[in-house]
Design a protein around this ligand. Structure first.
Ligand code: FAD
Length: 404
């Protein structure tokens, strides 16, 4: 292939790491690389729960794209509207691009499973702006509490739907942030409720039971209430309704954060790709089954775990590993060489419970609790920054508050 046009859609973990790997491995005359993204920054999706709770500033979470891509890459700030894979074209809000090789890395959207009122009344942790809105909304309600004649408990009840990783990591941050807000707005801490509603009999379903117990104890000791085995039935502007043991319960709240489901960016399905659960079930070399010049990476791609015949969960970890294979295979295509197969190597699973506590399993067998898990999680975040933008970026945006 002679100087092909390589277009990468989305600067999330999958897209930006594909771009950075390509800019390292290809020469200026090997390919014409274009990266398209809505914003002029990449953000750490895995830190959005901290931005939402207000425990870190959003500027720590976002990284200007110009700081990590060089002049080999043409960056286009625009929104993708549609992909036309039969015509090798991408429609943007402000124009159109043609490509020889395409990488789709448009990430995820929240999935509300048709629960009445969620779409309209709940908050979602899906990007920097939605996370900032949650932080502002929390603070606004705390600020209003003493300024109303009739005290409204709905302002101080925070409901988090979903006890998976995102929900648990978010309540962990809230458990750290709420005492600060209470002090700031003269509110008695005992008036605030942080309620986690989970449909399964336990939070962090599928995780090691000892780690789940540790996580629940740690969070309960900091004021989090768990309502497990309960299904969210409706989200209203001033309350939520859940059902447990056949009974419906209504909780007054002005803050419901839905953290119980994501799906692939709907542009993928709408663009006519063959999909499975809204994602493209990629071939082993990460290409879409019907299009040999289209790679799909991250949350838009579906890959089966051969050990249990179930899809790998969508994670940043797998997106970053896929980006290496995609970049390698694009170079191989250009040079007429054989493409390699993607193989996921799990580096472990770690869930933070606030900035100073965590649980996890590393190297598939070692269970970690408390500061050791926190240390490992922050090291893994820093390692990503090192890979993305070198030592400078790691020291600028990294997490070095290991023990407090
Ligand atoms: C709160 C939270 C905590 C998490 N914690 C972890 C964790 O600890 N470990 C882990 O491994 N995973 C974690 N995850 C999951 C992980 O963040 C995702 O799996 C990962 O972000 C997927 O990467 P991606 O490259 O597919 O897309 P994303 O990171 O979602 O990026 C998609 C990019 O595409 C851009 N984009 C979207 N639509 C358009 C459009 N139409 N036009 C142009 N650009 C567009 C977006 O702006 C974004 O830059 C967490 C997720 C959340 C929400």
């Amino acid at each position: 292939m002679n100087n092909p046009k390589v277009v990468i859609l989305g600067a999330g973990y999958g897209g930006i790491m594909t771009t950075v790997n390509l800019q390292k491995s290809l020469g200026v005359n090997d390919a014409n690389i274009t990266l398209v993204n809505k914003n002029d920054y990449h953000y750490q999706t895995t830190w959005l729960h901290e931005t939402a709770a207000g425990t870190i500033h959003h500027d720590q979470t976002r990284i200007p794209i110009k700081d990590v891509v060089n002049s080999k890459v043409n960056f286009v700030q625009d929104s993708v509207v549609e992909i036309k894979p039969d015509e090798n074209k991408v429609v943007l809000e402000n124009g159109e691009l043609s490509y020889d090789i395409l990488v789709v890395g448009l990430g995820f959207e929240s999935a509300t499973f048709g629960i009445p009122g969620l779409e309209e009344n709940a908050f979602m942790i899906s990007n920097i702006n939605s996370a900032r809105l949650i932080r502002e909304h929390l603070e606004h309600n705390f600020a209003l509490y003493h300024n109303e004649e009739e005290k409204n408990p709905a302002r101080l009840n925070i409901v988090v739907g979903g006890g998976g990783f995102t929900g648990i990591e978010f309540v962990g941050e809230l458990a750290n942030r709420i005492p600060e807000l209470c002090e700031e707005y003269d509110i008695d801490k005992s008036l605030v409720r942080i309620i986690n509603v989970e449909g399964s009999p336990t939070v962090l379903p599928g995780f090691d039971p000892a780690l789940v117990e540790y996580a629940m104890n740690s969070l309960e000791s900091r004021g989090v209430e768990f309502i497990t085995g309960a299904m969210l039935k409706e989200c209203k502007p001033e309350s939520i309704v859940y059902e447990k043991d056949g009974k419906q319960v209504e909780v007054p709240t002005k803050t419901t954060v839905w953290a119980a489901g994501v799906k692939a960016n709907s542009i993928v399905e709408q663009s006519g790709f063959q999909t499975n659960r809204g994602k493209v079930e990629v071939k082993s070399d990460m290409r879409a089954p019907d299009y040999d010049n289209v790679f799909v990476v991250g949350d838009c791609a579906l890959i089966m775990n051969p050990e249990n015949e179930r899809p790998y969960p969508p994670t940043a970890q797998i997106a970053i590993q896929q980006a290496s294979t995609v970049a390698h295979n694009i170079k191989a295509m250009i040079q007429g060489q054989e493409l390699e197969s993607f193989e996921f190597i799990s580096q472990g699973t770690l869930a933070s419970l606030g900035h100073n506590d965590a649980v996890g399993v590393v190297f598939n067998k070692y269970k970690l609790f408390g500061w050791k898990a926190t240390f490992m999680k922050k090291m893994s975040d820093n390692r990503y920054l090192l890979k993305l933008g070198g030592l400078g970026l790691m020291f600028k945006k990294g997490k070095f508050n290991f023990f407090y």
